[in-house]
Design a protein around this ligand. Structure first.
Ligand code: C2O
Ligand code: CU
Ligand code: CU
Length: 504
C-alpha cells in the first residue's frame, strides 16, 4: 500500500484517535494501542510456537500412481480433504491434503501424454478446484474459479501436454476468496512434465525441493490470517522443504545434483544460496534454458516461481541451503526476519565420486518472442479504507479494479504476441502470473534505468519489485478465459486479479 494514500484515506474519512495513531505508527513495533502492543494486534502468530524436529533425512515426495494401462496416458484420482499432520512432537495439526498427503503427491508425466485426473472435493463446506499452474492446458480444464467444484462433488480434468512443454509446474486450488487459505492449509503439489530424452545427465539425479510455509499455534492448529497477513501476504514461522523442517541430504563428495526448486508458499520471497557450492542455473518456470548459466551464487524465487539448478558438492563437508535477506516492502509492524534461515543441509561424505559427466553446452532451443505492435499496461494498486477504529478494508487492484468473475478486462487474439507492461507504483513487490502460457521478460525499468534479463527464459510468474515496471512478451496458444494476478495469494484473493479473453 502506498503510505501517503493510506494516510489521506484515513484523514478523508475523518478517522481520529486510535485509528490515526495506528496509521501513524505502522512502522513501529513497540507502539501501543490501549495498552496492547500494536504488533500483537497486527499479527496473531504466537511469539514462541511449537518446536519442529529438524535434521531428518530429506524425504522424496510420494508419486501419484498412474492407473492407465495404455501407453501415452496418465490417469489418476486426486481427492482434496481434511487430514492430520504431525509437525511437532505430540501435536496433531488439522490440515488439508491431496490423497492424504501434504505437499500433494508429485505428478510425473511425459511430453505428449494424455492426462485424465478425477478430482474429488471432500473439503467440508468449501468449494475448490485444481489449477495447473503454468501448464498449457485448455482454459476450461484449468481449474478457474468459475469452474468451482462444490464440497462433495467431483470433476474430471483432461488435457494433452504438447511436445516441448517439459517443465516443473505445480498444482493448487483456485477458488474465489479461498485460494490463500486452502494453500496454506496444505493443498499444493509438484507437476513434472519430462521430455522423452533430456540433455541433463541422469547421473545428476533429479530432486524436487518443494518449499511451503507453515505457521503453527501453540495447540498445533493453523491460525487464521491476521490483518498483517491480509496486507502483506501470510508469512509463516517455518519454511518447510518437502514438508520437513531443515532436512538433511547426504551425498558423496564430487556429486553434481539437479534440483527443482518450487516456491509454493503463499507470500515468501526466497532469496536462496548454497553458499560455496557452485550453482548452475539450467531451468526456469517453463523448463530448460537454452544454455546453462554458470557461476550463480544466489537465486530469487518470488511466490510461485520455480527454477532448476545443478549444484556441485566437490569436497567433503556440510553445505547449507540458506535464505539471504530480501526487502520486498512491508506494511505495518511484524516484519519477519527472513534472513539467514537454513532450509536444508547437504552433507557430502564418504568415498569421492570421480566420474561426473559434464553439462552439455546447449540444452534446448528457446526462440525469442519478438516484440509486437499490441501493447497493454497493467498497474498494480492498493487502497485501504477505515471502517472505524481497528477495522480496515483493504483492496488490491489491477488498473484500479478488483477482480470480478463476470467481467472481461482484456481481449487478446490467440497466437498473437503482445507486449504487456506491468507497473508497480506501490510499496510492496507483487509477483505477476498469467495462466495457460509461458512468457518472456523483455526488460525491467526501475529508477529510470532499463535492464534486460541476463538470459532468455520461459516464465509464468515474474516479480514486479516496488517502483519497477516489467515488460513481457506474451502469446496465448489456446482460446478461452485466462486469469492474470499477483501470486501473493492473499492479494489475489482480495482482488488483485483480472481476466483476459483469448479470442480466435
Ligand atoms: Cu498459481 Cu492463478 O495461479
Ligand atoms: Cu496459474
Ligand atoms: Cu501482491
Amino acid at each position: 500500500m502506498n503510505r501517503r494514500e493510506f494516510l489521506l484515506t484515513g484523514a478523508a474519512m475523518g478517522v481520529s484517535g486510535p485509528a490515526l495513531a495506528l496509521m501513524n505508527t505502522m512502522d513501529h513495533d513497540k507502539s501501543r494501542m490501549g495498552g496492547r502492543p500494536l504488533g500483537q494486534m497486527m499479527r496473531s502468530a504466537p511469539v514462541a510456537g511449537p518446536v519442529l524436529p529438524e535434521g531428518a533425512p530429506l524425504r522424496e515426495l510420494p508419486r501419484l500412481a498412474n492407473m492407465a494401462t495404455a501407453d501415452g496416458r496418465f490417469e489418476a484420482e486426486l481427492m482434496a480433504g481434511a487430514a492430520k499432520a504431525r509437525f511437532a512432537d505430540g501435536l496433531d495439526t488439522p490440515i488439508l491434503a491431496y490423497n492424504g498427503e501434504s505437499p500433494g503427491p508429485v505428478i510425473e508425466v511425459a511430453e505428449g501424454d494424455r492426462v485424465r485426473i478425477t478430482f474429488r472435493n471432500a473439503i467440508p463446506n468449501q468449494a475448490s478446484t485444481i489449477h495447473w499452474h503454468g501448464m498449457p492446458v485448455p482454459a476450461d480444464q484449468d481449474g478457474n474459479p468459475v469452474d468451482a467444484v462444490a464440497s462433495g462433488d467431483g470433476l474430471t480434468y483432461e488435457f494433452t501436454l504438447p511436445e516441448g512443454s517439459a517443465a516443473s509446474y505445480w498444482y493448487h486450488p483456485h477458488v474465489s476468496r479461498l485460494t490463500a487459505e486452502q494453500v496454506y492449509r496444505g493443498l499444493a503439489g509438484a507437476f513434472l512434465v519430462k521430455p522423452k530424452v533430456g540433455p541433463i545427465p541422469a547421473a545428476y539425479g533429479d530432486t524436487v525441493l518443494f518449499f511451503t510455509d507453515l505457521r503453527l499455534a501453540a495447540d498445533g492448529s493453523l491460525p487464521a490470517d491476521s490483518m498483517a497477513d491480509r496486507m502483506n501476504g501470510r508469512i509463516g514461522d517455518h519454511v518447510l522443504v518437502n514438508g520437513q523442517k531443515q532436512p538433511v541430504l547426504t551425498v558423496q563428495p564430487g556429486t553434481r545434483r539437479r534440483f527443482r526448486l518450487f516456491n509454493a508458499t503463499n507470500a515468501r520471497f526466497l532469496r536462496l544460496t548454497f553458499g560455496d557450492a557452485p550453482m548452475t542455473i539450467i531451468g526456469s518456470d517453463g523448463g530448460l534454458l537454452a544454455a546453462p548459466v554458470q557461476g550463480a551464487t544466489e537465486i530469487l524465487l518470488s511466490p510461485a516461481e520455480r527454477a532448476e539448478v545443478v549444484v556441485a558438492f566437490e569436497k567433503a563437508g556440510s553445505f547449507a541451503l540458506r535464505t539471504l535477506s530480501y526487502d520486498h516492502g512491508w506494511m505495518g509492524p511484524g516484519r519477519p526476519d527472513d534472513r539467514d534461515l537454513t532450509l536444508m543441509s547437504v552433507e557430502a561424505r564418504g568415498a569421492a565420486l570421480t566420474e561426473m559427466p559434464p553439462l552439455p553446452q546447449a540444452l534446448r532451443q528457446v526462440p525469442e518472442l519478438a516484440a509486437s505492435a499490441v501493447r497493454r499496461r497493467f498497474v498494480f494498486g492498493e487502497s485501504m479504507t477505515m471502517g472505524g477504529p481497528g477495522s480496515m478494508t483493504i483492496a488490491f487492484m489491477i488498473n484500479g479494479k478488483t477482480f470480478d468473475m463476470a467481467r472481461v478486462d482484456v481481449e487478446m487474439r490467440v497466437g498473437q504476441i503482445e507486449l504487456w507492461e506491468i507497473q508497480n507504483p506501490t510499496d510492496m513487490d507483487h509477483p505477476f502470473h498469467i495462466h495457460g502460457t509461458q512468457f518472456q521478460v523483455v526488460e525491467v525499468e526501475r529508477n529510470d534505468r532499463i535492464s534486460r534479463p541476463a538470459y532468455r527464459a520461459w516464465k509464468d510468474t515474474i516479480n514486479v519489485a516496488r517502483g519497477a515496471t516489467v515488460r513481457i512478451a506474451v502469446r496465448q496458444e489456446l482460446t478461452g478465459l485466462r486469469l492474470y494476478h499477483c501470486h501473493i495469494l492473499e492479494h489475489e484473493d482480495q482482488g488483485m486479479m483480472g481476466i483476459v479473453d483469448v479470442v480466435a
